[in-house]
Design a protein around this ligand. Structure first.
Ligand SMILES: [Zn+2]
Length: 65
């Protein structure tokens, strides 16, 4: 399976977004895998920030419950 990375696009499609370098699929967020072709994304910076955000959210939910 080939790897790919997200290409950040700003104001090209009306809003910030990311484009898969392998298949050209557009996504609102830099997912860990492309939702269309399934290629694992190698953009460690985007992935790290996405994980941090998700962990912070689950921590808040844990406090509420
Ligand atoms: Zn793709």
């Amino acid at each position: 399976m080939k790897t790919a990375h997200w290409i950040r696009k700003t104001h090209l499609f009306g809003a910030d977004g990311y484009v898969c370098s392998a298949c050209g699929a557009k996504a609102e967020r830099p997912h860990r895998f492309c939702p269309v072709c399934g290629a694992p994304m190698s953009g460690s910076r985007y992935r790290a920030s996405w994980v941090d955000e998700a962990e912070g959210l689950s921590a808040l939910l844990d406090d509420d419950w």
